[in-house]
Design a protein around this ligand. Structure first.
Ligand SMILES: CSC[C@H]1O[C@H](OP(=O)(O)O)[C@H](O)[C@@H]1O
Length: 351
């Protein structure tokens, strides 16, 4: 894979290949998937993760479902069931449902045909993938001009959480795409990478993406984040989003809320980078966003080593909600929302 523009999602004629993100950074292993069920399992098991990447992958999952129904009389009902299985794979990232809705529209337009519209579905999935890459590039340009305006000419450090790079999107990245762009133009001189327990997206994935591009970074446990911010050279906390409510509240990786509180206390500005497909205006505020809880075992092991006693309870929410009041800017492919509110969100998102 080239170091700057690449994707962990590859459509190969009639099958889908995914870079298994559970094996990174130690191994680069590609899995080949040939059914919608394979794709639903891969999303649930976090072979692929990251809000936009989940949506793009699910779109290709619908294509696989249609291919497997070629020549079947009841193809429509079977592919609709595939869509339902894909939708049930993870609950928080609204990009998943947004992408599936686009694929369902293509399916419905051919509902009375003798066979599924495979070519049209491939075209729509590729469009979703390519649009995401283009959106990321536009987001980076808008974010850099915003940071230059708000933080001046001197190079500065930033902090990021989880992974929002090429691995989490169709390529380049949202928040990490901005950071890569900022580093390449000399605006950003150092990146503080939160390890992001329990799945370690920061330690395993963001560090891997940044080090491949020789971008200066230091890895830290989240517990050190406020101390780092207190030193004064971090100007921005730049993170992604899995779902943004109508009032600007943001669902993102667990720990984002804590970081935003520390950032506000230490005068660090908070930037959320997300495509328009991450907004969900049907949800009024963050409290109504479904927050995924995963198995307690995920926090009781480090690798294969158990780090907690048997037979204890665990609480493992993998997202939290950052109130709009703690967010300085939201950057999308369309522009920048300063001090997000119900009104400026509505004006920004409307077609
Ligand atoms: C570019 S959005 C990435 C978004 O997804 C991550 O969650 P997960 O790794 O569990 O899919 C995290 O919330 C990131 O901000």
């Amino acid at each position: 894979m080239s170091k700057t523009s690449w994707s962990a999602i590859c459509w190969r004629n009639v099958s889908l290949s995914l870079l298994d993100q559970r094996r990174l950074p130690a191994e680069e292993v590609w899995l080949e998937l040939t059914s919608a069920q394979d794709v639903a399992d891969a999303i649930r098991d976090m072979v692929v993760r990251g809000a936009p990447a989940i949506g793009i992958t699910a779109a290709y999952g619908v294509v696989l479902g249609a291919i497997n129904q070629k020549g079947q009389q009841k193809w429509y009902g079977m592919v609709v069931r595939d869509i339902e299985q894909l939708a049930a794979s993870r609950p928080t990232a609204v990009n998943l449902f947004w992408a599936l809705e686009r694929m369902k529209t293509v399916l419905d337009n051919a509902r009375d045909e003798a066979s599924p519209p495979v070519a049209a579905l491939i075209e729509e999935a590729r469009l979703i993938h390519e649009e995401d890459c283009a959106n990321n590039q536009r987001m980076s340009a808008l974010a850099l001009s915003t940071m230059q305006h708000m933080s001046g000419e001197d190079p500065f450090s930033v902090m990021t959480h989880c992974n929002t790079g090429a691995l989490a999107t169709g390529g380049h990245g949202t928040a990490l795409g901005i950071i890569k762009a900022g580093a390449s133009c000399g605006m950003i001189e150092h990146v503080h990478v939160n390890e992001t327990r329990p799945w370690m997206q920061g330690a395993r994935l963001t560090s891997w993406e940044l080090s491949r591009e020789n971008i200066p970074l230091s890895l830290n446990v989240e517990s050190a984040a406020a101390l780092i911010m207190s030193k004064g050279n971090v100007k921005w906390l730049i993170v992604g989003a899995d779902r943004i409510a109508a009032n600007g509240d943001v669902a993102n990786k667990i720990g984002t809320y804590t970081l935003a509180i520390a950032a506000r206390y230490h005068g660090v500005k908070v930037m959320v980078a997300a495509p328009l497909s991450s907004f969900d205006l049907t949800i009024q505020s963050g409290g109504d966003i479904p927050v995924e809880e995963r198995a307690g075992e995920e926090i009781m092991y480090q690798g294969n080593t158990r780090i907690a006693p048997e037979n204890i309870n665990a609480f493992n929410p993998v997202f939290d909600i950052t109130p709009a009041a703690l967010i300085d800017v939201i950057v999308t492919e369309k522009g920048v929302i300063a001090q997000p509110t119900q009104d400026n969100i509505k004006n920004h998102v409307r077609v």
